[in-house]
Design a protein around this ligand. Structure first.
Ligand code: NDP
Length: 291
């Protein structure tokens, strides 16, 4: 193995500590804690686990956690009314509606109802537009975490060839926008891309967000490339990423493992975004260098 293994768990822990430090400064100066409201509809076990970890991380960061659990048969109107209340509540800086939602509820309708200035998940089309236009908004947590890991490896990404495999609204597209902002030359690949292995082979940075176990092989990777594996795939052998870790790690310059790479960054970035939202709401100057 030649690659540096990027320790996302350790980086996320450090980020959470730095966020907690700024939360303490905010709370002392403003007289209230930043607040994150998480809404869970139904009893999907995976969603319940995510909501519990978000609650724990919020409290550990010194922020207020507001949990709203609604039954699986909740109507869209009832959920939208809750979102309206949270939008109007000055103690709530961030609103997160855990996806997926039950079939009677239109996810788009709910996401677009959230005040874009409290949309700490960064899924609202206004925030997607802000990111695309270079305006301040909220960047979805997973790609934001990927960018932080990349910049920790190499502070200046300008001019590098970046290939993002996957074009979802929550990972691929915002990731590509962030890399473009860093002045990378960005290619977005997807299921219709011809000769994917050749496209990936020219990349100095590969971000894999596909959802196909170990699809990207070591002989697709340019020697020395930075490889970020967003994929989380449950297989008989446990959790694996979209990259074939063993073969890729013998070629890449640095690579994230699964688990312990990108995964822990997502919640850490949610804490980061909630703090940023509170600071904007109160006109509080964050120490950006501390974050
Ligand atoms: P989506 O299913 O929304 O998107 C997958 C993308 O991969 C699509 O754009 C699709 O292309 C593309 N794709 C599918 N098959 C191929 C193929 N054979 N070749 C090239 N491209 C292909 O997934 P998400 O973006 O939501 O998630 C991607 C992965 O990341 C999943 O494993 C998910 O579990 C994981 N994830 C991890 C997170 C974390 O915290 N670490 C957070 C979010 C996601 P097309 O558009 O043409 O269909």
């Amino acid at each position: 193995m030649t690659a540096t293994i990027i320790d996302g768990k350790a980086f996320a822990l450090g980020l959470r500590e730095r966020v907690a430090g700024e939360v303490a400064r905010f709370t002392a100066a403003i007289g209230r804690k930043p607040g994150l409201a998480v809404v869970l509809v139904g009893d999907d076990p995976a969603s319940a686990v995510y909501v519990r970890s978000k609650h724990k991380a919020t409290v550990a960061a010194g922020m207020e956690s507001f949990e709203h659990r609604l039954p699986a048969d909740t109507s869209q109107d009832v959920l939208l009314a809750l979102v309206d209340r949270l939008n109007a509540d000055a103690s709530v800086d961030g609103i997160l509606v855990q996806l997926p939602l039950p079939p009677q509820i239109d996810e788009r309708a709910v996401i677009t109802r959230i005040d874009p200035d409290k949309d700490v998940d960064g899924f609202h089309p206004v925030n997607a537009g802000r990111l695309a236009s270079g305006l301040a908004g909220f960047v979805p947590c997973t790609p934001l975490g990927c960018l932080m890991l990349l910049k920790d490896q190499r502070a200046d990404l300008a001019g590098l060839d970046a290939v993002v495999v996957g074009r979802s609204n929550i990972v691929g597209k915002p990731m590509a926008a962030l890399l473009l902002k860093e002045s990378c030359t960005v290619t977005i690949a997807h299921s219709k891309t011809h000769d994917l292995s050749s496209v990936v082979r020219r990349a100095d940075i590969v971000v894999a967000a596909v959802g196909r176990p170990q699809m990207i092989k070591g002989d697709w990777i340019k020697p020395g490339a930075l490889v970020i594996d967003v994929g989380i795939n449950r297989t008989e052998d446990g959790l694996v990423g979209d990259v074939d870790f063993d073969s890729a790690a013998s070629v890449a310059g640095a690579i994230t493992p699964v688990p312990g790479g990108v995964g822990p960054m997502t919640i850490a970035c949610l804490m980061h975004n909630t703090l940023v939202s509170a600071a904007r709401a109160e006109g509080f100057a964050l120490d950006e260098d501390a974050l």
